[in-house]
Ligand binder design. Sequence first.
Ligand code: NAI
Length: 324
Amino acid sequence: MERIAFFDTKPYDRIWFNRLNQNYEFKFYEHKLTPDTVSLAQGCRAVIPFVNDTLNDTVIDGLCRAGVEIIAMRCSGYNNVDRKAAAGRIPIVRVPGYSPYAVAEFTMGLLLTLNRKIHKAYFRTRDFNFSLNGLVGSDLHNQTVGVIGTGKIGQIFIQICQGFGMNVLAYDPYPLKDADFPYVPLEKLLQQCDIISLHCPLTEQSRHLINRDTIAQMKDGVFLLNTSRGMLVESEALLDALKNGKIAGAGLDVYEEETEFFFEDRSDTVKRDTILSLLVSMPNVVLTSHQAFLTTEALHNIAKITLENLDAFFKDDTLQNQIQ
Ligand code: NAI
């Protein structure tokens, strides 16, 4: 059996991989893949990393020296991979789509929570406080949502918003043909939308797409949703805009410096990221720990497609999901 090193393992990862696996011996490591842990891959023919593992040139070099032949990402985003360092040395495969519904539905959940202040109501009623003061929201019906990135997740989110009777404006450098919603330039989207939701990948072009300048162009009192990647948003600019009311609320499933904190219980740590601490303390922020993907269906599909990617590699078949 081929030995495979599986990094940053959580109990919910193992369930489906163990259930569907027939061909591989997994070495499950709870550690993230980093320059310090790369030696754990020694003797393994493949590694399975996740979104916050480090795949820089040092790690890729270490993997190649350890005899690893393929990197099988168990996620769709691959902004954490130094593709140049891997080029021509080791193939990288990923799971391009496993449940766009999981992420799109969660995004709407963040919006509903923020807008109708369900997070506040939940704590109030537990404390036997049944007052409604301060819980006024607004109808989403007829509001305009701006969707940045109309790939698999963006399209499902648009359908959900249309189901709510919302108006949609979209921006994507590669617009869909025959879309049943209008595309507009980014500036127009920023200026005209009541809600802005990010569904694009993190690239050199999209890094800090939401910054002081783009925030200044938005309507006063806009809601910002980010279930894509933390670095799409300049966190300090967001924090200032939340403080001065330019942005009325933010639903965040990702954070630009999340690697050290997300997916882990850090409740006993004294060393806390200042901006993250401020964001979680704000009543108009709902922040979750990169959870949008976490459904049974998504976990099943992630395991299934990752195993298929490995099978294709070891059988010398075409790698459908290769990123380089
Ligand atoms: P996709 O590849 O199907 O679609 C991405 C879309 O973004 C494409 O249409 C592309 O043309 C567009 N795009 C590229 N650069 C852009 C830019 N600068 N501005 C606007 N649009 C741009 O990807 P999919 O599956 O829809 O996923 C979107 C993102 O969601 C992923 O890149 C990933 O970062 C994030 N994600 C988050 C998860 C979570 O648990 N929070 C889980 C899965 C994905």
